[in-house]
Ligand binder design. Structure first.
Ligand code: SAM
Length: 282
């Protein structure tokens, strides 16, 4: 298809809307149709998919998604962009009946009119991790996805245990999914050109690791462990696990002298289960 958006179309849409892209909303628009096609392909979007896009902006990726998916749900916080999207869709020859636009902050959306199966998004950089975690938590029908984020964040999301990039975002995302780096994206495909590099992350949802209660307890443990990342777990978790932190960790099958950065999400869950079962002295 040739009716996707390029640099000329993006500029003229922005001009017509009198849009000055803001840093606050992470508004860097992709002006290269091939990049959008590549992202859609990496997510293996097909005609049975309902794709969820966060931050469709002027519609570069949305149109590439409409080319392949059965339906697209697009959540956009900026009123002007949300209102324009169905118009652009129609003007470029796509069926706007296949597009549902939700003019809201993606951080607070917990329900959708239909169940999405795949997430494909060039995420607003300042909220990329919380938005991704929110989507993974609230939309279990999503089995996989590809997100574009700042390269530094991508390295963190896809890191393995015992690596300097491994941290709370990695372990939390791993509660729901397996994540891997899926390529870098040149700064030159954006308008305006950002002052950071971007990368793609592919994720695939795995079976639930535990109940909601176990998840909440495990996330408390993760937060504490990484808040004091240089400390041994028996000390980093002493507030949360009480005076008997060392014994609680041993009961969970975890060496109390290691740091949180060496534990997988499954190992964090073992500690979380001690909290749920009341085996800490707190
Ligand atoms: N998808 C478009 C593209 O690739 O050209 C635009 C991506 S741009 C990096 C991020 C988009 O997310 C902007 O359109 C911005 O207005 C929107 N946005 C920012 N914060 C948001 C939020 N909390 N919820 C929904 N959309 C948001």
């Amino acid at each position: 298809m040739t009716n996707l958006l390029g640099a000329v179309e993006i500029r003229s849409l922005a001009q017509a809307l009198n849009l000055k892209p803001t840093k606050k909303l992470g508004q860097n628009f992709v002006v290269d149709a091939n990049t959008c096609r590549k992202i859609v392909k990496l997510a293996e979007v097909n005609s049975s998919d309902v794709a969820l896009e966060i931050g469709p902006g002027l519609g570069s990726l949305t149109l590439a998604l409409l080319d392949e998916a059965k339906q697209v749900i697009a959540i956009e916080i900026d009123d002007r962009l949300a209102n324009q999207l169905p118009v652009t869709t129609k003007d470029r020859g796509f069926n706007s009946d296949n597009l549902i636009v939700i003019n809201q902050d993606a951080m607070v959306v917990t329900e959708l009119p239909i169940e999405p199966t795949v997430l494909v998004a060039n995420l607003p950089y300042n909220v990329s991790v919380p938005v991704l975690l929110n989507v993974l938590e609230n939309f279990p029908s999503i089995t996989r996805g590809v997100v574009m984020v700042q390269s530094e964040v991508a390295d963190r999301l896809a890191a393995s245990a015992n690596n300097k990039d491994y941290g709370s975002p990695t372990v939390k995302a791993n509660w729901w999914a397996t994540l891997k780096l899926a390529g870098t994206v040149s700064r030159s495909v954006f308008w305006p050109v950002p002052n950071v590099d971007s990368s793609l992350v592919r994720f695939d949802r795995h079976k639930p690791l535990g109940s909601q209660t176990e998840k909440e307890a495990t996330f408390l443990v993760i937060d504490q462990a990484f808040a004091k990342r240089r400390k041994m777990l028996r000390s980093a978790l002493s507030q949360l696990l009480g005076s008997n932190a060392e014994q609680t960790l041993i009961s969970a099958g975890i060496d109390p002298t290691v740091r949180g950065e060496v534990l997988t999400v499954e190992e964090f869950l073992q500690i979380g289960m001690q909290l749920v079962n009341g085996n800490s002295t707190k």
